[in-house]
Design a protein around this ligand. Structure first.
Ligand code: G3P
Length: 212
């Protein structure tokens, strides 16, 4: 499974570039980066050679296509994030014909993902954490989407997004989701287990007792 970093903070990306396969951003994350976004994207695309998602803010097809074309000029690994609206999916069709890759975002249901795949989206991003927040089952939605894509052999890849804890990553991997995008603190937690720390402490203290 590929792991993307869900952040626009260049220092986090620089630190974790050795392990991550791509990066996803959104307008909220761009605001947190606190710098001109084009400049930030240029830097990110230089650090990470895998796909880097950047979201449009226009709401109409024409505006989205125009914005996407501008963003796509930044680097050849830019993927355009488009919300799953009627206008958004029309834009996805147009961008497909133009050879610009898309990641359909704000996906909360299997039918939305199906329509995105039919329109030629390269990626869809179901927001599992936000689904859970609203009393739903985010991973059940991912399972439905994976099944549908498999049934019809859609080449669209699922990016499990809005990941809140390591359990989401494990569930995504167990279902065979090809990609999970994780915030920096969750990525840190994937490495950790208290028994690993305790084990190291014990081995080091026992090593002191070994005659030398
Ligand atoms: O990439 C967007 C998605 O991961 C948002 O996550 O935590 O704001 O629901 P969150």
């Amino acid at each position: 499974m590929e792991i993307y970093l869900d952040t626009a903070k260049v220092e986090e990306i620089r630190e974790m570039a050795w392990i991550v396969d791509g990066v996803t951003t959104n307008p909220t994350l761009a605001a947190q980066a606190g710098r001109p976004f084009r400049e930030v994207l240029q830097e990110i695309c230089h650090i990470v050679r895998g796909p880097v998602s950047a979201e449009v803010v226009a709401q109409d097809e024409e505006g989205m296509v125009k914005e996407a074309q501008e963003l796509a000029k930044i680097a050849d690994n830019i993927v355009i994030k488009i919300p799953v609206t009627v206008e958004g999916l029309k834009a996805v069709r147009r961008l497909k014909a133009l050879g610009i890759k898309t990641n359909v975002t704000l996906v909360f249901s299997a039918p939305q993902a199906l329509l995105a795949a039919k329109c030629g989206a390269d990626y869809v991003s179901p927001f599992v954490g936000r689904i859970d927040d609203h009393g739903g089952d985010g991973m059940a939605v991912v399972a439905e989407i994976l099944r549908i894509f498999e049934n019809y052999k859609f080449p669209t890849k699922v990016i499990v997004a809005s990941v809140r804890h390591p359990g989401h990553v494990v569930a995504a991997a167990t279902l065979g989701a090809p990609i999970a995008t994780v915030p920096y603190p969750v990525l840190q937690r994937l490495f950790q287990h208290p028994l690993t720390d305790q084990g190291i402490a014990r081995f080091l203290s026992d090593w002191e007792k070994v005659p030398r």
